[in-house]
Design a protein around this ligand. Sequence first.
Ligand code: SF4
Length: 93
Amino acid sequence: MTGGIITVIEAVPGFLRDRTVRPACVDADPDDFFPEPESVAAAAAVRVLYCQGCAVYGKCLDWALSQPVDKLHGLWAGTNQGMRRRMRTQRAP
Ligand code: SF4
């Protein structure tokens, strides 16, 4: 994949525009975050390698869960689409 993690999404999340914090994935290979398939194992690897210690983990996860599940691809905050779908269901009132 070319273009980097930020350019592959239409709207850059606010937490990625904040220059006062440095996401752990800022210099990562985008292929790590957009694998085919977006398996649970790939999500776990990203979570361990990058997201666990990321300064914006909570913001990233909240943003990912606020997006339409079927339109957001990638392993945001160490989650894949299926995981986000389940988390959204669990959060629903
Ligand atoms: S939580 Fe993970 S995907 Fe989100 S900004 Fe941090 S390292 Fe990147």
